[in-house]
Write a protein that binds this ligand. Structure first.
Ligand SMILES: *Cc1c(COP(=O)(O)O)cnc(C)c1O
Length: 380
């Protein structure tokens, strides 16, 4: 019998290795591993399972990669030092100098910059198009295209990607797909099972869940993950053992956290939709009865003073990131989307009045109360 997600997240992942049967996994806080003799050392190079050097491999980082792979339904996974390094390893597993990528225009700012400012300098060009329009994806594919790159739920307007269609287009053209599943997590969608070749996570967000680590994971088929792992080893994109251990610790409660946070987010989104001082609420209401992700974005009305709103939030903190167990807000115009040219900001609808809310696990009535009060206090 295949275990369901809530069970799998505890018993199918983060398995303790070694002979000492501690209930919690030990931390292999070591830069290297020792060998009894030259035969044992030689054995390492013949794949006999020993570890050599932590940049090359470490039980804690291996555990995290395998755990997220299990949750996504993928055969293999590898951890990296951040979400961006996981994405980079995934891209470099399929693309090299001279190759081309077609990416969604609304991907995370950091990923956009990596593709635009860094990878183009290494000879990997990216064309950004609207993935809402499937024809524009096909129109951008050339004979050099190796990869379609997008996100399962986008930031800050929570557009849910049509993954099935993106996969279909990729298969038709014989190219790969890499999808960033950070916002949805495998609790809401298991992308490898939907045919995506490589699934990336900023484990800094919901996988870790407690705002205390920067980490990333990329999962997929064994062959592609072997290539991604080689990039991580050779480019030094590895995660530290302690960060991997903390992330695995956080991961155990992923199902509980995502359930509570998504339910709270949906309730908050519904409440704000009914608030006449809120101009627009962005949330994937049509998905999942109990919510679909834990980020809600709102555009406040002109009658709400944005500075006073941010000062009136009580225990809701202003934080330029998302996904912790504590409710927080960010201001996309002045943080994540700051670097975009004004025309692009306007075209995307990122105005001074747009607020992104990362909903936590507090009592939902209390969360709703804080936002109602802040809006009330900020009325001009
Ligand atoms: C935060 C984030 C990243 C980058 O992750 P880091 O861990 O900060 O490198 C990539 N994609 C999405 C969707 C994110 O939210």
């Amino acid at each position: 019998m295949a275990e369901r997600f809530e069970t799998l997240v505890l018993h199918g992942t983060c398995k303790v290795k070694g002979n000492i049967k501690s209930k919690a996994a030990p931390i292999y806080q070591t830069s290297a591993f020792t060998f009894g003799d030259l035969d044992e050392l030689e054995g390492f190079y013949h794949g006999e399972g020993n570890y050599l050097y932590s940049r090359v491999g470490n039980p804690n980082t291996d555990e995290l990669g395998a755990a997220v792979a299990a949750l996504e339904g993928a055969p293999a996974g590898v951890a990296a030092s951040s979400g961006l390094s996981a994405i980079l390893a995934g891209i470099l597993a399929v693309a090299k100098n001279g190759d081309h990528i077609v990416a969604a225009e609304d991907v995370y700012g950091g990923s956009y910059h990596m593709l635009k400012a860094e990878l183009s300098g290494l000879g990997i060009e990216t064309t950004f198009v609207s993935f809402k329009d499937l024809k524009s994806i096909e129109g951008a594919i050339t004979e050099k295209t190796k990869l379609l790159y997008t996100e399962s739920i986008t930031n800050p307007f929570l557009r849910v990607e049509n993954v099935e269609e993106v996969v279909k287009i990729a298969k038709k053209h014989g190219i790969y797909t890499l999808v960033d599943n950070t916002f949805a997590t495998p609790y809401h969608c298991r992308l490898f099972l939907e045919g995506v070749d490589l699934v990336a996570h900023s484990a800094t967000k919901y996988i870790g869940g407690h705002s205390d680590v920067t980490a990333g994971v990329i999962v997929g088929g064994a062959e592609l993950i072997d290539k991604a792992r080689a990039r991580i080893v050779n480019l030094g994109l590895n995660l530290s053992p302690f960060e991997a251990w903390l992330t695995c610790r956080g991961l155990k409660t992923l199902a509980l956290r995502m359930k509570a946070q998504s339910e709270n987010a949906k309730e908050l989104a519904e409440s704000l939709r009914d608030n006449r001082n809120v101009r627009k609420v962005y949330y994937p209401f049509e998905r999942g009865e109990k919510g679909y992700g834990a980020v809600v974005t709102v555009e406040l009305g002109q009658e709400v003073d944005i500075h006073r709103f941010f000062r009136s939030l009580g225990w809701v903190k202003i934080v330029p990131t998302l996904a912790g167990v504590v409710t927080s807000v960010s201001h996309p115009l002045k943080t994540s989307h700051r670097a975009l040219p004004p025309e692009a900001q306007e075209e995307l609808g990122i105005t001074m009045s747009v607020v992104r809310i990362s909903v936590g696990i507090e009592n939902s009535g209390d969360i709703i109360g804080q936002f109602d009060k802040a809006i009330e206090m900020a009325l001009i």
